[in-house]
Design a protein around this ligand. Structure first.
Ligand SMILES: Cc1cn([C@H]2C[C@H](O)[C@@H](COP(=O)(O)OP(=O)(O)OP(=O)(O)O)O2)c(=O)[nH]c1=O
Length: 198
């Protein structure tokens, strides 16, 4: 007999909640509070994956028997890692850096069930059209950039800035869904277009 499995999302991100709901995965939300300081010389993809794993590790002990999902997104351009902007000036600086160029979004996802933790990271190339300073100021004034890595949201007004992407759109938005369902399978949880089961 197959049984639905309890899913805990170790995230405060509204986008991650939305995406799990989009593919019919009921879940509880338990944000993980971890130190997000990169190690010296840590490569961006490795850093992103480490944070996703630390997020599940911070929450998993409280939910034995559940599947815990954690994720992390970083934006990298010219070797610089762009986290969430600290203020408006920081958001404008990031958007000026990204204007008219291609950057990389790394989104890692980690899945924990019992004593098993599996994880992976998606790398996506995202190209912005050129942006004028007045447009950057207007975009920051919408507040959309403020809680997002790289100071933009591909799923919002940012959709009119992104010229092309090469990779998983949902990874840019914050949760790679193909990768997630594959990782669920690796820990023995089946997903068939609805609530996952064991
Ligand atoms: C690039 C990009 C990022 N984002 C968001 C997704 C994430 O919420 C955020 C990246 O920050 P994260 O630190 O990955 O996540 P978070 O702090 O929002 O949530 P938690 O750590 O609790 O899981 O940026 C978008 O919504 N759209 C985009 O196009």
């Amino acid at each position: 007999m197959s049984q639905p499995v309890r899913v805990v999302l170790a995230s405060q991100s509204p986008r991650r909640r939305e995406l799990l709901t989009l593919v019919g995965i009921p879940h509880e939300v338990v944000p993980a509070d971890i130190d997000e300081t990169p190690f010296p010389h840590e490569a961006p993809a490795a850093y992103t994956e480490r944070l996703a794993r630390e997020k599940v590790a911070a929450v998993a002990g409280r939910f034995p028997g559940a599947v815990v999902i954690g994720s992390d997104t970083t934006v990298v351009i010219g070797g610089e890692l762009l986290a969430k902007p600290e203020d408006d000036a920081d958001a404008r600086r990031m958007l000026r850096l990204l204007s008219g160029r291609t950057h990389t979004v790394h989104t890692a996802v980690a899945v924990c069930r019992g004593d098993r933790v599996v994880s992976g990271v998606e790398d996506v190339a995202v190209t912005f059209r050129p942006l004028g300073d007045d447009e950057i100021a207007a975009y920051v004034a919408t507040r959309e950039p403020m809680d997002k890595a790289g100071a933009y949201g591909i799923q919002g007004y940012g959709a009119t800035i992104v010229e092309r992407i090469d990779g998983d759109y949902f990874a840019v938005m914050g949760l790679p869904l193909v990768r997630l369902t594959r990782l669920l399978g690796e820990v023995g949880v089946r997903y068939r277009f609805g609530a996952p089961f064991v």
